[in-house]
Write a protein that binds this ligand. Structure first.
Ligand SMILES: [Zn+2]
Ligand SMILES: [Zn+2]
Length: 306
């Protein structure tokens, strides 16, 4: 439960219940702390900041086992293991059909009566459009299950710049460190390394300074993609840098459900392993320690075991 800045507690709350015929109840087996959970934790976010008297359920990256389904649910049944994208989607509206599940007109989130994903149970409305089944044969394959967990929210993989060792483990040939102990001008260093700028730049923090670095590192006429939750861009973005070099800005919230097929198949097939992003594992009882470790950058991303 999120009580306020730097105050996350484990408490007993009513178990979410299936209410509508399309609902499913999922017992959470794996879950995680997301970089975006740190905004309210640090008191930087207006969203999810209740008064001390009305704490809110938090967490949105669960995987688990179906415990109950409503009568209309056809794609999963009790006992099935599922991967739960970070937003609810109906699977049937205009945007779901186009693969943009995050704009679902019937969308919903993991909070309130649906339960927070840093907890023991979540209720999934629109279970057929939301949940993605993981075949039974992976039930005892803890390594593969952990590798699948980061796919619940690809946003979670890009919140920090000081994860260069992780980048190298994933195969980065060159890394550039800015800030304290790093180079003065990261964008210039990238332009040097790439002889004029990178053709594709991913901006994963969405703070103004990070966007400035991204556009500075981008090759003229190429593209900056952004996937982080925009934050701290209150003074606006200077479009002149984009204008001057004909740089395209593209991106937005990642419709994780649409990616479930390919990357999940790669993870289950053993050719993709994003699990090194988890550098710390905590029990649900110790979830506050997970937040602290991410806040103080001792951990890149924290896996939580309810
Ligand atoms: Zn997340
Ligand atoms: Zn929809």
């Amino acid at each position: 439960m999120y009580h306020g800045p730097e105050d996350v507690r484990v408490e007993d709350v009513p178990r979410p219940e299936t209410e509508n015929p399309g609902d499913a109840l999922v017992r959470v087996i794996h879950t995680a702390v997301c970089g975006s959970d740190l905004w309210p934790y640090r008191g930087h976010s207006d969203r999810d900041t209740p008064s001390r008297n009305t704490p809110s359920r938090i967490g949105h990256e669960p995987m688990g086992i179906i415990e109950e389904v409503g009568e209309d649910v056809w794609s999963v049944q009790p006992g099935d293991r599922v991967f739960v994208p970070f937003v609810v989607s109906c699977g049937e509206c205009e945007f779901c059909r186009r693969g943009l599940h995050t704009s679902c007109v019937n969308g919903d989130s993991w909070s309130g009566d649906n339960g927070g994903a840093q907890g023991k149970y979540v209720r999934s409305p629109h279970a057929d459009g939301t949940l993605v089944r993981i075949p039974d044969r992976y039930d005892d394959d803890e390594e593969t299950l952990r590798a699948a967990l980061p796919l619940t929210d690809v946003l979670g993989t890009g919140h920090y710049a000081d994860r260069l060792d992780v980048a190298e483990a994933f195969g980065a040939t060159d890394t550039v460190l800015g800030g304290e102990g790093g180079v003065d001008d990261e964008a210039e260093r990238v332009r040097d390394l790439t002889h004029g700028g990178a053709e594709h730049v991913l901006e994963c923090v969405s703070a103004t300074s990070a966007m400035e670095t991204a556009v500075g590192a981008c090759r003229p006429s190429e593209t900056v993609g952004y996937v982080g939750v925009p934050h701290g861009t209150g003074d606006g973005l200077d479009l002149f840098d984009f204008f001057g070099d004909n740089i395209t800005l593209a991106g937005g919230v990642a419709p994780v459900h649409a990616y479930a097929d390919d990357p999940l198949a790669d993870v289950l097939g053993g050719t993709l392993d994003p699990s090194p992003v988890f550098t710390k594992t905590v029990s649900l009882e110790d979830v506050d320690e997970g937040y602290r470790a991410m806040d103080e950058r001792e951990a890149v991303k924290v896996l939580v075991e309810p």
